[in-house]
Design a protein around this ligand. Sequence first.
Ligand code: SAH
Ligand code: SF4
Length: 364
Amino acid sequence: MKFEKRIRQAQLGKTDLVAMLNATGEERTLLFRESARIKEAHVGRKVYFRGLIEFSNICSKDCYYCGIRKSNKTVARYNLSDEEILRAATYAHEQNYGSVVIQGGEIASPAFTLRIENLLKQIKQLSGNSLGITLSLGEQSPETYERWRDAGAHRYLLRIETSDRELYKKIHPEDAHHDFDKRYECLRTLQELGYQAGTGVMIGLPFQTTEHLADDLLFMQSFDVDMVGMGPYIEHHDTPLYAFRNELLPIGERFDLALKMIAALRILMKDINIAAATALQAIDPLGREKAVKIGANVIMPNVTPGLFRNDYALYENKPCTDENPDDCKNCLDARIQLADGEIGYGEWGDSVHYARRMERTRQL
Ligand code: SAH
Ligand code: SF4
C-alpha cells in the first residue's frame, strides 16, 4: 500500500505504525505533514505551558536507567522546602503559565502524602484556584491518589516506561518495588479516580525494537490515556544501563525516532495532549519546538530554583540547569511562534480527549 494512503487509514494497525517509525526521506516528510495537519484540525495551534517543579531527587526506587536512582551515591540529594515550592508555583502563576507539574523521586509514606496534600491546597489558595496542577510522584496507594485529587490535583503523569513486560524486567530490578503489574494498576486507578491520566515511554532504550514502540502506541490507545509525555532515552554514566551504551542508536537517530513516535501517536490519538519532553531539548536546543511543529501541544518550562537543577539529573546534558527560570521563558516565547504555535497563556489546556471521555461516561 502507498505510504500516504496507509497513514490516512481509519484503523491503524501495528504494521502501519512500524512503517511510520521506519519512515525516511519523502515518507518521513509525509508523516510529519500529516501529523501537523491532524494536530491543527483536532487540538488547534495552541501550546500550553506547565511550570515544572522538580521538588526532590530523593527516590526509594532503583530504575536501571535513571541518574537519581537510590543506589547512585554520587548524587547530592535535595528536597525543596515548602516555601521554595510555593515560590516556584507563584512564579509560574505570575508568568501566566496556567498550570504547574510537581515531579520528584518516588516516596510513599503517610508524612509524604500529607505534605503533598497540604502543598496542593496552598498552591490552589495562592493562585485563587486558578493554577492547574499535575502530579508526577510515582506509584502510590489508591487512598493517597484520592486525597491528592481531593486537595486539587487533576492530572497525573505515570509513564509505563515500556508496555513490554520482558523489556520492563530488563530495565528494572526484579523485585516487588519495580513490578509492571503494579505500575499498570496505578495507572488504571488514576483513570478510575477521574484524573486526566498521562503515561509515556522512553524511546531508544537498549534491547528495544521498533515493534516494541509500535506496541507502546497501541497500548496508549487501548488504555485510552488522556495525555502522553515521551522522549528519548539518554544514558547516564552512573547507572547500570550505561553498560549497554554501545548498543544504542546514535543520539541523533534516537531523537528522530522520538519525533516519529510523537507524529504517529498524534495520527493514532488525535485529541489527546502530547507533551514535548525535556529530554528532546537535551539533545537539540530546539528539540521541543520541533516536537510542537509535528504534533505536541504541551511544554513544561522548568521553574525549579536554579540552585537545585543540576542535582535533578535523570540523564546527562539536562538543559538550562545552570540558569534561572526567566532565561527559559524569554527564549520560549519566540521559539513557539517559530514552531507555528501560539501560547495558551493562563489556560489549563485540559485534554480534549478527557472531556470527551467524561462525556461518554456520563451518558452510560
Ligand atoms: N519518579 C517519578 C517521576 C520522576 S522520573 C517516576 O518515575 O514516575 C520521570 C521520568 O523520567 C521517568 O518516568 C522516566 O521515563 C524519565 N527518565 C528517567 N531516566 C531517564 C533517562 N536516562 N533518559 C530519559 N528519560 C529518563
Ligand atoms: Fe526514581 Fe522515577 Fe528515577 Fe525510577 S525514574 S529511579 S522512580 S526518579
